[in-house]
Design a protein around this ligand. Structure first.
Ligand code: UD1
Ligand code: MG
Length: 425
């Protein structure tokens, strides 16, 4: 490869060593600063635990006497991660002979750090200020531009391979040009938010990120060993991607231990945005952005299913929290609902509601008011509860993570099984 030094194994060893430090630092800083976060009002009450007060119908009334636990611990994860990446720079890029200094690769790396840092900063602002959606969409869009410019400048191609069977028509590859950049921008904005709206169960936010990041790491390692010599330029992009993903996995796994049921900390929007953007960035740098879409299948499904509630113009209400409800009598979590009168929906909302109802994609029960219905909230979490029934919170989290693993298996079998029949890979 162009810039990879001969002692790559040593450098990867340093990367892993720093990551282990990150794993330890994440947990110990969180333990030390927990009270400081609580004092700064960065705290939350676990809504699905005994301390939560429910009325006779099992609806959440108001958390009482719940003991607040530190929120926004993703701030620590992101800070540790960004500092690790800074410390790693001299190991990865310093060369004795300055003429061999890998400026291009370092520019790519720095753009990645800048983009991830901005996303984390926006997450922190969201934790503290509760930003409006009208700001939350364009901001990650702007933050991704430096990375895309570097991608462009480094001559990274924007083509997609054409299946063998269609090559007589389209040629070997189609250059998507500017549309490919549009796709990368949308991927970055989507994945920044996708984790945050697939949340509300202890361990789920970090758990999904760990599964996806683990898959990305595995994919990069496999690719690194499979690449034929004529494509060896791609090797450095996989190595760059590994440099960024290993420390991310380390801080995330450390945070997962603290956030796993029963959670002792919450990760906050900071973690969700930090993780989402990191995954987008490593997939752009590692040239696996199309594969990333497959790894994000649960997040895509959750987003599509959520749309009727997210777009308020349909008239379907979106409660502040759509996480599962808690059944205090047996300690399980069950569906949470949104109540509305179908007759008061906007035409499009009514159409969507009728489709969801007739395809039995939601659980419905009569509402408390005359003519109103209770519809299970439109999240993948609620859908899994509806299909598989109530269970303890950690069991639910495991089921959802199995689903995530399922999309990893699908992704790998398409990538390495099916794809070899239709592409020359
Ligand atoms: C998003 C979801 C919301 C979900 C919430 C849970 C959308 C549009 N928004 O909102 O439906 O309820 O995440 O994170 O889908 N909490 C728990 N247990 C957990 C995680 C969180 O009780 O395992 C509670 C805590 O009180 C915590 C709060 O949720 O303080 C954090 O919510 P926040 O991240 O601010 O919600 P949003 O991201 O706005
Ligand atoms: Mg959140």
């Amino acid at each position: 490869a162009r810039w990879l030094p001969t002692n790559l194994k040593v450098i990867l060893g340093v990367n892993v060593g720093l990551s282990i430090l990150g794993y330890i630092a994440m947990a110990s800083i969180s333990r030390t600063l927990g009270d400081t976060f609580i004092k700064a009002n960065l705290r939350g009450i676990d809504l699905n635990k005994q301390t939560t007060k429910r009325d006779a119908d099992g609806n959440l009334v108001r958390p009482i006497e719940g003991i607040p636990i530190p929120e926004s611990q993703g701030t620590i994860a992101a800070a540790v991660y960004i500092l690790l990446l800074s410390v790693f720079i001299p190991f990865a890029f310093a060369r004795e002979n300055l003429e061999l200094f890998p400026h291009n690769e370092m520019a790519e790396y720095l753009a990645a750090v800048l983009t991830i840092t901005f996303a984390s900063f926006m997450g922190f602002a969201d934790d503290v200020l509760d930003l409006r959606w009208r700001y939350k969409i364009p901001l990650p869009f702007l933050a991704t531009l430096p990375l895309l410019l570097v991608y462009y400048a480094n001559g990274n191609e924007t083509g997609v391979m054409v299946p063998n069977q269609l090559r007589w028509l389209f040629g070997d590859a189609i250059d998507l040009g500017v549309f490919f950049y549009a796709f990368l921008l949308i991927l970055a904005v989507f994945s920044t938010h996708a984790i945050n709206i697939y949340a509300g169960v202890n361990g789920l936010e970090v758990g999904q990120a760990v599964v996806i990041a683990g898959s990305v790491l595995l994919l990069n390692i496999i690719q690194l060993h499979r690449i034929p010599d004529q494509y060896k330029n791609y090797r450095d992009s996989h190595v760059q991607s590994i440099f960024l993903i290993v420390p991310f996995l380390a801080v995330s796994m450390s945070l997962l231990r603290l956030n796993w049921f029963p959670a002792t900390v919450f990760v906050g929007d900071t973690y969700c945005y930090f993780a989402g953007m990191t995954l987008a960035v490593v997939s752009i740098i590692g040239h696996i952005s199309k594969t990333m879409v497959l790894l994000l299948i649960p997040q895509v499904l959750n987003f599509l299913y959520s749309c009727p509630q997210l777009f308020s113009f349909m008239g379907i209400p979106c409660p502040r929290h759509r996480m599962p409800a808690y059944n205090a009598s047996n300690g399980t979590v069950c569906n949470s609902y949104a109540e509305f009168k179908p007759t008061e929906l906007k035409p499009l909302g009514l159409l969507v509601f009728t489709v969801l109802k007739s395809l039995r994609l939601v659980h419905l029960k009569p509402g408390k008011e005359e003519g109103s219905v209770m519809m299970s909230n439109l999240t993948l979490i609620n859908f899994v509860l509806y299909v598989m029934g109530p269970c303890r919170e950690d069991v639910l989290c495991l089921r959802l993570l199995m689903l995530q693993l399922g999309s990893t298996f699908l992704c790998f079998s398409l990538r390495f099984g099916l794809a070899s029949y239709i592409f020359d890979v």
